[in-house]
Design a protein around this ligand. Sequence first.
Ligand SMILES: Cc1ncc(COP(=O)(O)O)c(C=O)c1O
Length: 294
Amino acid sequence: MSPKTAPAPKSSADAVAALRAKHVMALPGPMYAKPINIVEGKMQFLYDDAGREYLDGFAGVATVSIGHSHPHFVAKLKAQIDKLQHNPPLYLHPSVGNFARRLATMAKLANPDMEVCFFTNSGSEANETAAFIAKTYTGRHEFVAVQRSYHGRTLLTTALTGQQNWRNQAPFPSGVSFTPTDYAYRFDGTPEQSTKAAIRGLEQTLKTSSSGGKVAAFIAETIMGVGGSITPGKEYFGAAADLVHKYGGLFICDEVQAGVGRTGEHYFGIQHWGPSPTSSSWPRAWPTATRSAP
Ligand SMILES: Cc1ncc(COP(=O)(O)O)c(C=O)c1O
């Protein structure tokens, strides 16, 4: 017999907040001293429990790229769940290969050799999988990540994250070295000098902080999100990718914030620079890691 659950309290914002505080870990907790109690969403609008309408400029921390309850997708989702709710990868389903083919077509914008998708539930898992594949492919175990980067909340992606407030005292997986950010705004010099210094820093990191540059991969966001919308200079990724390849490492491109058209002009952030990543991690809205055929 299952234990009895106490009846849920009335859904006022205060009651909802109290219930959540009691049973849900505050990682992260709700925003604002008086958090908004959202009960409905339609396209670009959200509605709270008093019926107030909000124009959603945040899109569920950049996850809701098709809007809220878009009728086209609601109809598709309802039709699917009426027919088949779950199909493990052990069986065939006509849609999976087709969906992957369409994603691979888009991925070719970042690297024409991209062919294979791996579906995950989150950006963290996409990066974790990309790192795992890089280790397996190269037979190496070290990584270079960028200071101020954010790559997720799994153990390895936290280790790859270069921000003190997203790290804690847990012993992390070893083998991650951090390289300076190309952050022209905070650099004491011109933007071009900032890029040169960051590339010199990357070479030093490869030479001195890893075991003789034998890294599995260099992982970087194209435009940093959590670190504060930091955009490296025009020469940065070309030079960084060349360097890492010279040392035999792969380039994992974290597109979780900048991908899927979020920078406007291009589908991927890396298209603003040009070099082809070996692997690209896509946002939660497209939770996949994609890699090129070796
Ligand atoms: C650049 C970047 N990488 C990875 C992640 C992790 O994605 P998720 O929260 O879906 O695990 C995020 C999340 O904000 C991100 O901004």
